[in-house]
Write a protein of this length. Sequence first.
Length: 295
Amino acid sequence: MIEEDQPVMRRIYRLLAAAVALSTLLACSSGLTCPPSSGKAASLLSGTIAVGVTNDSPGFAVGGASGKLSGFDIQVMKALEDPASRRATAATILTVANRAASLKDGHAELVIATFSITSDRKADGIDFAGPYMTTPQALLVRADDNRMNTREDLAGKVVCAVEDTTGHKVTIQDANLDNPAPTTNACVDKLENKLADAVFDDEIILHGFMQARPGKYKIIFPGAFGTIQQYGIAMERGHGADCEAITTIIIDYVKKQWTTDFKAHLTSAVDAYPEDFETRFKPAPSDISRVSCKP
């Protein structure tokens, strides 16, 4: 269920709290005696956790604006829940372009939306717990298109990538990358309508579209371009204890539930790599500990 009122009220409370904090700061700067600051932000992991998710990413999160959402990201969201103290709810439906903004404007406390951990996003004030998924990048082409067998065959081909994503920053030599789109869905529509020759995105995301539109597409050159992507649970900086707690939850999830959920929601990837899909896409607990909550 989508709960719009609660994030709005939470934002109002935060604005009020900020106003109180500012007045206190001004008073203290005027020479009044003030109590020391604890330096701790309110915990995100209590009561109802407002989570920002997408609803148009096959395999990860799909469903109507007022209907039940399903997919791997939704299972990760559910892993945060504790019957005794908290529940997670998809409070805001996001696009890839407003994942970071939703945290800063108070519409979401956490974002779980195939959100890659990058230094640029960290520099912009976002912390990540994770990764809970790793993936190379690849190209999606029409199933009957056999023109692109080597890298050199991409010369002059129109390749669609999603704006404001890591894929949009990748250079594919001699390909025409001047035809971006706001979502992977829009890129795949261009591919289907022959307005693009290929879609460049994370391989695991492309597998979601392979299973959503069976028989129409195939994946080529996995890992040949771009870098390994690591999906994390994002939050505004200032919740260090929560980030560490979520890291522990992710490690437990990866050990106990990850494989079951992957098989249930990302069947195309399982079919492509029946013997080693875990090696390709599942992060090791040691890698989670190494990457998670780092500046």
